[in-house]
Design a binder for this molecule. Sequence first.
Ligand SMILES: [Fe+2]
Length: 362
Amino acid sequence: MRRTLAFLFAGIAALGAAAAPIAAPRIVGGPFVVKVTAQTATIVWIVQNDGVSVRTEGEAALASPSYRVEKTTLTGLKPNTRYDYDVASGGEEGKGSFRTPPFGPTGPFTFAAYGDNRTRPDAHRGVINQLIKHGIPDFILQTGDMVANGDDSSQWGVFFDIERELLRRTAYFPALGNHDRNTPYFREFFQVNPYYSFDWGNAHFTVLNSDIATAAADEPARNAFWAEQVRWLEEDLKQNQNAAFRFVTAHHPPITAVARRQAGNPRMTDLLPLFEKYRVTAGLFGHDHNYQHYLKNGIHYITTGGGGAPLYDVDQPPAGITQKVMSIENFVSFRVDGKVIRVEAIAIDGRVIDSFEINAGS
Ligand SMILES: [Fe+2]
């Protein structure tokens, strides 16, 4: 039932930030659960094994931690069941729990979306604390930009420290942000290719890699990558037309109220006809550090990029489709119950800043 693999990262951390002094091996990330299906799940925990201190005359020493990623895949699980787990070496730090998804439209389930947690740890902590207070959901969709520089190992330590109490009690499905930089850290921590899809009950979720700049080395290769991803997206949506709900997540939004960024993500904007053709329920995005909600041709487009990064203005809301825009730290909560989804966007101070219902097939 269990397999354990270890990956060692060393030597690729930038020296951009000070980290905790290197001590004895200890869990500094997780445990958390990824790739959860009705029958399988992978538990990941990140051990800080060693590290390097670097100094130069006249400046304070910098510590760059080295991580070992431990993982084990569980098979033969039961659907719609809560599991508690215990990482052998972890003591209290190694305990966690998760719930497997139901098969089909049985029972209600919950998920939450947030993104852009980088750069302001206090704001990031405030959003996570509010989410925990609201009730830990069955899973999280993270809309990208967890850290400011995905090559800097010390920043991942800060991210996992803030998210510890949330991650150990839910399942995690991240999208790749431009600041995450498509590094081995992202792929090994979360055990994902930058684009993938999964099912939860009667809903289908497609997660795209919109960070075209880090997808390939040159323009022809980037164009080929995008063409292949769009081909895969269309096939994925086509094969899941029987789901009650279809969600698409990516870091870069196709629509924005941030004036200086309008027309900034043309490849994402070009996907709107595809979303309409295959009856996507809602798109969930980040990259803009605020909250935005549009309704266009029956599809909800939500940007939740207020997870800690410095806020952006919402100075030019598109006419005719804007439901709500607000420059504030936030997360979005979804409760799926049969053919109805109750959506609430919640600010860092606990205020409900937007709420609406989505009905299957509407
Ligand atoms: Fe971004």
